[in-house]
Ligand binder design. Structure first.
Ligand code: IVH
Length: 690
């Protein structure tokens, strides 16, 4: 159109502008009726007609498009990454009550009464009991009534900016329905998907020959975190508001219940299934009632939430670490289902441990379809008396591996077969041996066994070992199966072209993996020793070995008696370490790793007691400390020369117990080991021993 004359800018078309505004308002009203009030006001076809008219109008008059227009809910160009958003008020999570009986309500109520210092004859505390939605927590920031930012929880302090994705969710108003909006109102709530919408989505996926999704929760969470907003727009997401973050210029109500009404008044979807409950008995009654109605709800929940209703009492109760004292999540027991055992196979782990796994007729339990469950070891199979052909009860709680709870003996068919541990490893054909005093049977194939090789490589690349990001199980499977990688040293010979030639490997990710492998070369001796995967050598032992010997050669040449001089190294460990380094194959892999450029700073050996106020002391941490995370406390103990151990024994010097400390605390009391709180730990670190 080289010499064409540009048409003069169009005069604003008032009629079109007015029509566009009217259409936008009408659509917002219908969205509200449909998603918030659950009471559609017009047929879908009429709604679609309004939408099409607005889209046509905006196409003809692009200057009429506003960011808040419903037509903008369809997405837009994909992003490269999400920008970080610092939450003005941290997004906390809530303490989960693990007791799944109604007693949990009484425990929570008793704790609240104690924390509030209420006498026994004080009237019942007033709570709000709500559903615990199973989705993804989101914070919506409205500035002067307009949706400005939507962010995920992230680590609670900093989340991800998912505004463009969240704008595609019709249930979320672009603007608060009030003439006098607060300056800032951060609404906290859950993005979720209804079960029927999820089923319909999977139906569409199947029809299109695409992969189906696992459950509504993962699908909703995945959709919010799509880099392509247009993809999010294709997922039928919904939202429920249940709390507040930052609020400015907002006449805050007096109770949580009023807040929920107020949010609904602003046009936000608030689930109506909440109740005021006075005292523990009414909380427990709500729990029982919801548990009964759970399957009839149109969406998934995983429990109920109790909140102190009066906001001033919430403020009085305050927070422990990152959790409010005024709320608790009371979960439902893990779902159990019956299914049939089609077979019992064995899986081989890194150390050769052979684990029996039940192959199950697919069963939907705890939100996913389960097709296998671990049986732990041979004795466990015998104890539970699981036969192939049995009908069993399986359970899945949270993200843990599904397990077989029990067999239904009355439903055992005549041709049921007991499990027999195979004599040979199914992966490499080596003998499976079980030592007399061990619960587990092992494949004796060592690194000849591809299954052990894969697991060793995954361990080697792990975050706490060599920390090679992107080297996950799928990639390791491919590399080992194709014979490209046999030992960890082979990883350092990989190049991007070779990786990119693998199936499902994009050029970019191949380059990323190669860069991660390169970066992993600069490491520490402790990480390297841990990465080798020597049996019984965990992170703490690896650190002790690195300190004691200072360099790798001294460690490799140490005999069992020299190893026994290392703190906390006993005969079993000493033998395992010495055998590992005596193995010529292991020595050559180590030599190849060093030749490839894997390196660390060697230090002079640090024998005997470490320096620092906790030198030579062993400390066990348990429960939640008020201000220190577990990792922070552990780092402080180690920096002071102490050892942070995982379990309490007679060798433990101190147990540091926080809230919700469990069995370790009991054991410390049984053994008469001093128990301290965080303040006590700080005193120890300052050199003051009790
Ligand atoms: S209140 C400060 N209420 O469960 C309290 N959370 O840790 C903030 N959830 O991250 C949470 N339904 O994603 C609250 N009715 C409800 C909820 C709820 C689901 C989620 C939320 C939170 C997690 C608990």
């Amino acid at each position: 159109m080289g010499g064409a004359v540009r048409s003069p800018a169009k005069a604003p078309d008032r009629a079109a502008a007015a029509r566009a505004r009217a259409l936008r308002e009408a659509i917002a009203t219908h969205d509200h009726a449909y998603y918030v009030l659950d009471a559609p006001t017009i047929p879908d076809a009429d709604y679609d007609a309004l939408f099409r008219e607005l889209a046509a109008l905006e196409a003809a008059h692009p200057e009429l498009v506003t960011p808040e227009s419903p037509t903008q809910r369809v997405g837009g160009a994909p992003a490269a990454a999400f920008a970080p958003v610092r939450h003005a008020v941290p997004m906390l999570s809530i303490r989960t009550e693990t007791d799944t009986t109604a007693d949990a309500a009484a425990k929570f109520d008793a704790r609240i009464r104690r924390d509030l210092g209420l006498p026994a004859d004080a009237p019942p505390v007033e709570y709000v009991a709500e559903l615990k939605f199973d989705g993804l927590a989101i914070s919506l920031r409205y500035e002067r009534g307009a949706l400005a930012v939507a962010a995920t929880r992230g680590d609670g302090e900093v989340g991800e900016d998912v505004t463009r994705n969240v704008r595609t969710i019709r249930a979320i108003p672009q603007r608060l329905a009030t003439a006098d909006p607060p300056d800032v109102l951060e609404v906290r709530g859950e993005v979720y998907m209804r079960r029927a919408d999820f089923e319909a989505l999977n139906e569409r996926q199947r029809a299109a020959g695409e992969r189906t999704f696992i459950n509504p929760r993962n699908t909703a969470a995945g959709a919010v975190r799509q880099l392509d907003p247009a993809a999010t727009a294709q997922r039928p997401l919904r939202f429920f508001a249940y709390g507040l973050g930052e609020a400015r210029g907002f006449a805050a109500p007096v109770t949580h219940g009023e807040l929920l009404r107020q949010l609904r008044g602003f046009g936000l979807p608030v689930n109506g299934d909440w109740r005021i409950a006075r005292g523990a008995a009414e909380l427990a009654a709500y729990y029982e009632d919801v548990a009964r109605r759970r399957d009839a709800l149109p969406f998934d929940i995983d429990g109920v939430v109790y909140k102190v209703n009066a906001l001033d009492l919430q403020r009085t109760l305050g927070y422990v670490t990152r959790e409010p004292r005024w709320a608790v999540a009371h979960k439902f027991p893990a779902e159990e289902m019956q299914t049939r055992v089609l077979g019992i196979e064995v899986q081989v782990g890194r150390t050769g441990a052979v684990t029996p796994v039940a192959r199950l007729a697919p069963v939907f339990v705890g939100g996913v379809t389960v097709t296998n469950a671990t049986l732990h070891n041979e004795d466990e199979v015998r104890r539970k008396d699981v036969h192939v052909g049995d009908t069993v009860v399986v359970r899945r709680a949270g993200d843990v591996i599904p397990e077989v709870v029990r067999v239904l003996p009355e439903r055992r068919p005549a041709d049921a077969r007991p499990f027999r541990m195979p004599a040979e490893c199914p992966e490499c054909g080596s003998a499976i041996v079980r030592l007399p005093d061990e619960a587990v049977a092992r494949c004796s194939g060592g690194l000849v066994c591809p299954a052990q090789r894969k697991q060793s490589l995954l361990h080697f690349a792990g975050r706490r070992a060599m920390d090679i990001e992107g080297l996950g199980d799928k990639l390791v499977d491919q590399l080992v199966d194709a014979g490209i990688v046999r030992t960890p040293a082979d990883l350092y010979g990989l190049d991007a072209a070779r990786l990119a030639a693998l199936e499902r490997m994009a050029e970019k990710s191949a380059a990323n993996v190669v860069a991660a492998i390169e970066a992993s070369k600069a490491t520490t001796l402790a990480r390297f020793v841990f990465a080798l995967g020597i049996r019984h050598v965990g992170e703490a032992t690896a650190r002790d070995l690195a300190r004691h010997f200072g360099g790798l050669d001294a460690l490799m040449d140490a005999g069992e008696s020299a190893l026994l001089e290392v703190r906390d190294v006993g005969p079993v460990l000493a033998q395992s370490i010495a055998r590992f380094f005596a193995e010529p194959h292991n020595r050559s892999v180590i030599a190849a790793l060093r030749a490839a450029g894997v390196r660390w700073d060697e230090q002079p050996p640090q024998r005997g007691a470490a320096a620092g106020p906790l030198a030579g002391r062993t400390v066990v941490l348990t429960g939640t400390l008020p201000t220190l995370s577990r990792d922070e406390a552990k780092a402080l103990v180690e920096a002071a020369g102490g050892k942070a151990a995982g379990s309490v024994s007679r060798k433990t010097d101190y147990v540091i117990a926080g809230e919700e400390a469990g069995g370790k605390l009991d054991r410390a009391r049984d053994l008469g080991i001093p128990v301290l709180d965080e303040a006590g730990l700080r005193a120890l670190l300052a050199g003051r021993h009790p």
